[in-house]
Design a binder for this molecule. Structure first.
Ligand SMILES: Cc1ncc(C[n+]2csc(CCOP(=O)(O)OP(=O)(O)O)c2C)c(N)n1
Ligand code: SF4
Length: 286
């Protein structure tokens, strides 16, 4: 049985107090609990402060282009379905430049786990407004306050056919670890948005602010994450931000549909070069 420290590759250098420390801790807890094999696990990150996680978490890693974690992660999973594949983005990475990939990954139901670190701004580039920044939010890119309505990731996921939709808080790593564990076990696309304060660029949306503005679905006796109508009602109520497992359903994952028994995934295919065949192809193009 593994322990958290077995996944600790090196000490992080995020700013002191950054929420991503809590996400790193939760990821290690979940990996240890599931006894993941670092050699059979791949974490694909985007460009942003969250992207440094690859340097600290022991597994295979791929630091993808900004907004392109999902095509890389889904390609890896389809090429080798035996791997556990996680993708990690910032709210800018996921909901701005990468939002098209997000919607299609949800409806296709790739069998990967997607964590979105929602600090409500572009952190690495020094605090610009992101799609989750609240209306009126003042930043270096919106000095008179943003005039755009914020995007809600879980609502978008529910509308796009998501089969596992959750929201966690970096300040509660144990609860978050449980969500990550469930997400990794889920057969299909598991999406977990994680509320995470950026202590350097956002003095308003702090850890305390999140604590005061969230409500816990697991404390709501009447809530059933298998009831889509109930999930919608909860999501569109303009009250506290719901945290926990929002919705889960079973639906065949994309890989199961396109890689039936008779087809070999790329990893099991013979990719050795047949020189004679290659020369014939070259001849055809002369
Ligand atoms: C194609 C492309 N566009 C823009 C950038 C500049 N850029 C780097 S990180 C970033 C945003 C980071 O914000 P987020 O994804 O929320 O991650 P965080 O730093 O908050 O973890 C941007 C716009 C880039 N690297 N590549
Ligand atoms: S700039 Fe913000 S998100 Fe980035 S490491 Fe520092 S506190 Fe964390």
């Amino acid at each position: 049985m593994k322990r958290e420290k077995d996944f600790h590759l090196s000490d992080p250098t995020w700013c002191r107090g950054c929420g991503i420390y809590g996400i790193f801790a939760a990821l290690k807890m979940a990996a240890a609990e599931l006894d993941l094999d670092p050699e059979e696990t791949v974490v694909v990150t985007g460009i942003g402060c969250h992207g440094r996680l690859n340097n600290y978490f022991l597994s295979y890693g791929f630091h993808a282009l900004h907004g392109r974690t999902l095509p890389v992660a889904s390609g890896i999973k389809l090429s080798n379905p035996r791997l556990s594949v996680l993708s990690i983005s910032g709210d800018g990475d996921a909901y701005s430049i990468g939002v098209g990939h997000f919607v299609h990954a949800l409806r296709k139901n790739f069998d990967i786990t997607y964590l979105v670190v929602d600090n409500r701004l572009f952190a690495l580039t020094q605090g610009q407004t992101s799609p989750t920044s609240p209306l009126g939010y003042v930043s270096v890119s919106a000095p008179f306050g943003t005039k755009e309505l914020p995007l809600d990731g879980p609502r978008l996921a529910l509308a796009s056919g998501g089969t596992f939709i959750a929201r966690g808080f970096s300040g509660q790593p144990k609860k978050l670890a449980t969500l990550i564990e469930k997400g990794i076990k889920h057969k299909g696309f598991s999406f977990i948005e994680v509320l995470s304060p950026c202590v350097t660029h956002n003095k308003i949306i702090s850890a305390q602010w999140f604590k005061e503005h969230i409500s816990h679905l697991d404390e709501d006796q009447g809530y059933d994450p298998r009831d889509k109508k109930l999930a919608w009602e909860k999501m569109i109520k303009e009250e506290k931000i719901p945290v926990g497992l929002i919705y889960e359903e079973e639906r065949a994952a994309y890989g199961e549909l396109v890689l039936p028994e008779r087809n070999h995934p790329l990893v099991d295919s013979d990719l050795s070069l047949d020189v004679k065949r290659f020369e014939r192809i070259l001849e055809e193009y002369k």
